[in-house]
Write a protein that binds this ligand. Structure first.
Ligand code: IMP
Length: 195
C-alpha cells in the first residue's frame, strides 16, 4: 500500500479520496491522522494557486507525497461567484441556510448554469502535477437529497436528473468534479508511475 497525505481537514473530502483511491492500493492519510490542526491561508487567485499553497505547505512540513484539492462552485448568474470563496461565502450561515438563500435569490432566474470545479496539485520528490475536474449542472429549483455536503442539495445534474445530494456516495464518486480530477491522477500513477 502506498501512502499519500491529503492536505485537508474536510472529512467529507477525506472520505471521497479514500474511497476512490483504495482500489488502487493507495492509502490516504489526512491531517487529522497526523493530529495536525494548522491552517494554510488560501490567498491565491485561483483554485490552482490555492491547491498549490496547501500542497506545498504540507509537503515542506512532512517531506512525503502530498495531494491537495481546492474546489468550489461557480454560479453563472452570479458571474461565477462564489468560485474560490465557496467555503467562505456567507459562512455565518450553515449550508442549508446558504442553499435556501441562493434558491430564493434565483427564484425567477432562467440562467441556472452552475459548475463544480476541483483542482488537484500533487507534489512528490520536487515534482509537481496538476489535474482539474469540472462538472456542469444547474441550480435546482428546490433543495433535494441528503447525501454529500455543501452545495450538493442544490446542484442538479440534468443528465442524471438528480441533485448531487441524491446520489449515493459511490455514484457521486463516479461523476463528481473531484472524481474526474482523481481519474486523471490515477491514470498518471498507473501509466507514468508518478507515485
Ligand atoms: P475548500 O475546502 O477550500 O476547497 O472549499 C471547498 C468548498 O467548496 C466547500 O466548503 C464547499 O462549499 C464547496 N464544495 C467543494 N466541493 C463540493 C462538493 O463536492 N459538494 C458540495 N460543495 C462542494
Amino acid at each position: 500500500m502506498k501512502e499519500i497525505l491529503l492536505a485537508t481537514s474536510n472529512q467529507n473530502k477525506v472520505q471521497e479520496f479514500s474511497k476512490i483511491l483504495e482500489p488502487f492500493m493507495i492509502k490516504v492519510l489526512s491531517l487529522k491522522d497526523l493530529s495536525d490542526q494548522s491552517e494554510v491561508r488560501e490567498n491565491g487567485q485561483s483554485f490552482k494557486e490555492n491547491a498549490f499553497l496547501k500542497a506545498n505547505y504540507y509537503y515542506k512540513r512532512y517531506q512525503m507525497p502530498v495531494i491537495a484539492d481546492d474546489s468550489g462552485i461557480q454560479i453563472a448568474y452570479f458571474n461565477d461567484y462564489p468560485d474560490i470563496l465557496s467555503a467562505r461565502f456567507m459562512d455565518h450561515l450553515d449550508y442549508p441556510r446558504r442553499n435556501r438563500l441562493i434558491l430564493d435569490i434565483m427564484k425567477d432566474i432562467k440562467d441556472r448554469r452552475a459548475f463544480f470545479i476541483a483542482h488537484l496539485t500533487f507534489l512528490k520528490n520536487g515534482e509537481r502535477f496538476d489535474y482539474e475536474g469540472v462538472v456542469e449542472g444547474e441550480i435546482a429549483s428546490g433543495v433535494k437529497g441528503d447525501h454529500g455536503f455543501g452545495y450538493d442539495p442544490i446542484f442538479y445534474l440534468p443528465n442524471i436528473k438528480k441533485t448531487m445530494a441524491e446520489l449515493s456516495e459511490d455514484e457521486k464518486n463516479h461523476v463528481s468534479h473531484r472524481a474526474l480530477a482523481l481519474k486523471e491522477f490515477v491514470h498518471d500513477i498507473q501509466e507514468n508511475h508518478i507515485l
